[in-house]
Design a protein around this ligand. Sequence first.
Ligand SMILES: C[S@@+](CC[C@H](N)C(=O)[O-])C[C@H]1O[C@@H](n2cnc3c(N)ncnc32)[C@H](O)[C@@H]1O
Length: 401
Amino acid sequence: MPVPAWLQQRLEAAGGSVPFARYMDWALHDPEHGAYGAGRLRIGRHGDFATAPSLGADFAGLLAAQVAQWLKELALDPPTQDTSSQEIGSSRLSLIETGPGEGDLAGQLAAALVDGWPLLAACTELVLVEPNAGMAARQRQRLEDCPLPVRWSSFEELAARPLRGVVLAHEVLDALAVERIVSSGAGWRQQLVTLQQGTLRLEPGGPLEPAAAARLQPLGLQPPGEQRPPGWCTELHPGLEPWLAACGAALRCGRLLVVDYALEAWRYYAPQRSNGTLMAYRGQQASSDPLADPGHWDLTAHLCIDSLVAAASASGWQLLGQCRQGEALLALGLAERLHGLQHQGGAGLGELLARREALLRLVDPAALGDFRWLAFARGESGADQAQPRSGDTPLFLAEPA
Ligand SMILES: C[S@@+](CC[C@H](N)C(=O)[O-])C[C@H]1O[C@@H](n2cnc3c(N)ncnc32)[C@H](O)[C@@H]1O
């Protein structure tokens, strides 16, 4: 497939090659040509790929109990005595969704909060953080009738008047550009995307700087050795720490829930995983070729749990706990909801069967049930103790692994 003219021009201007992360960022987030930037990707059963909220409202219905509990705890937490808290009023709470995609999760959560926790909903606003204008335009349409006050903002804007609330990052951190490294047998090289005779190629670049190579040690990646022969390739996540720092600066106090495909470092960087986790998705098809038709495919890599937790800690977040999505949703009442379907009056058989199938997919350990939930806190009284207080134990949390 020919290289699109815009990409050819950029690569030529860059001297013929760029690090993989720069290419991935262009392919996803370029405002004119990127798959998200141009609003090209569609999320849902009939779109490019499905996510949990796009399967129906049950995911949000279950998550709402956790969000409501956290919002209640924040409402009861003594507000810090800073001027911004007096300005915005101590009772105001924010539910912030980053990377809202089609806006399904935000809309469904708003409805579930208003329905189940009306008093809490009355003092809660919805804030959407979406850097891609093409996606934000569709979210505005989807949320026209949102029952909560809703606004769009950026972490940078919010940092000027930080909020008290809950941040949700559902399948968004996997859209941050990853760096790829390749073993040369004796050392590590950064992977480049190069233009060669009119086609795109993945090529090893120069050796990693010693400081960068030293940072691989805690991940079990130094030195490559025999187990990671020449050509063995994986991903690093340099975008996590800046993202977590910017997100943290937007919050005076609150919680962050990250939900994503994620693996512990020992699994992520196991010798047998010789080509990382990077995948491309489009039209419900999966491909391992990240160079095909740039700007028209979703590119996504798993998170490394150790890297995420280290980046969060370096940005002032305390890990509250983590577990698999299947465990979280069962703790939040998925089995009861499934059982309750048989007593639902008014709904047609087709609708009930679709909900049953979606609920089972959410906990299937071979599918969405294997997603990880990681919860973090910052700025609350007692948050530095990293222990939930009795009576307000988050509903899903297991002990950190
Ligand atoms: C895979 S979609 C997830 C959509 C939605 N959360 C869901 O689960 O259905 C990724 C979303 O994150 C947005 N996004 C990408 N980079 C982002 C960033 N740095 N901050 C916030 N959102 C981002 C994309 O534009 C898109 O809306």
